[in-house]
Design a protein around this ligand. Structure first.
Ligand code: NDP
Length: 294
């Protein structure tokens, strides 16, 4: 392997430490404690693990965690009523509704009922529009984490060619917007893209957000490129999780690469905490935390 391994676990610990430091100062100087409300509907085991981790890390950085577990048969009206109450609660600065929701609930309707200023997942249509027009938004956590690692590793991203493989609303599209905001020349690839490998070989920054284990191999990578692997794939018969990139062959060619696990994954919750802190600062007219926003 020749590439530098970008250690997302260590980077995320650094982000959490910076969040905790600012939270402590907020408490001491202003008497304010940021609060994150997480809403889980139903009993999906993977979602329960995510929600538990989010709650644990929220408390560890000194914030208040409010968990709302609702039964799977909760009606849309009941869920919207809870969101209305959280929107109105001054102790709650961030609201996250864990997805996916049970089939009878309309996710778009529910997400768009969250006050955009408290939408720490950055999925509300207002935040999507603000990001797309280069205005101050709440930015989706996973792409924000990727951006932070890229800035840390490369410094300025200006003028670099970036290829984002994947065009989902939660990763691919916001990732492309953020890279554009940092003056990269951005191409978004997807399942209909022709000659993906050749396109990727033109990228100084290659972000893989596909959901196909080890699809991106070393022959997709420009020598010296920075490769960010967002993929989390569970494959029967293989232990642990696999990324969208074949790590060993990509690492032979890339200049730097994030591993799976231990790359982008840990940054997602760290950025959720950073977004909650940002939302709290904005709500109170205080300066935003430096280096923790887009
Ligand atoms: P989606 O399934 O919503 O989107 C996948 C995208 O990949 C689509 O745009 C699709 O194209 C594209 N794609 C599929 N097959 C190919 C192909 N053969 N060639 C090129 N493009 C292809 O996934 P998400 O964006 O939600 O997630 C992507 C990955 O990231 C998953 O592994 C997911 O688990 C992981 N993830 C990790 C997170 C973290 O915290 N680290 C957070 C969120 C996601 P098309 O639009 O044409 O169908």
């Amino acid at each position: 392997m020749t590439a530098t391994r970008i250690d997302g676990k260590a980077f995320a610990a650094g982000v959490r430490a910076r969040v905790a430091e600012r939270v402590a100062r907020l408490k001491e100087e202003q008497g304010i404690v940021p609060g994150l409300a997480v809403v889980l509907v139903g009993e999906d085991p993977a979602s329960e693990v995510y929600v538990r981790n989010k709650g644990k890390q929220t408390v560890e950085v000194g914030m208040n965690s409010f968990e709302h577990k609702l039964p799977a048969e909760t009606s849309e009206a009941e869920l919207l009523d809870l969101i209305g109450k959280l929107n109105a609660d001054p102790a709650v600065h961030g609201i996250l509704v864990q997805l996916p929701l049970p089939g009878h609930l309309n996710s778009d309707l529910v997400i768009n009922a969250i006050d955009p200023a408290k939408d720490v997942d950055g999925f509300h249509i207002s935040n999507v529009g603000l990001l797309g027009t280069g205005q101050k938004a709440m930015v989706p956590c996973t792409p924000l984490g990727c951006l932070m690692m890229l800035r840390d590793h490369l410094g300025s991203l200006s003028g670099l060619n970036a290829v984002v493989v994947g065009r989902s609303n939660i990763v691919g599209k916001p990732m492309a917007q953020l890279l554009l905001g940092d003056s990269c020349t951005v191409t978004i690839a997807h399942s209909r893209t022709k000659d993906l490998a050749a396109l990727c070989r033109g990228a100084d920054i290659l972000v893989a957000a596909v959901g196909r284990p080890e699809m991106i191999t070393g022959d997709f990578v420009k020598p010296g490129a920075t490769v960010i692997d967002v993929g989390i794939n569970r494959v029967p018969g293989r232990n642990g999780i696999l990324g969208d990139c074949h790590f060993d062959s990509c690492a032979e060619v890339a200049g730097a690469i994030t591993p799976v696990p231990g790359g982008v994954g840990p940054m997602t919750i760290a950025c959720l905490l950073a977004n909650t802190l940002t939302a709290c600062c904005r709500a109170n007219g205080l300066p935003e935390p430096e280096g923790l926003t887009a």
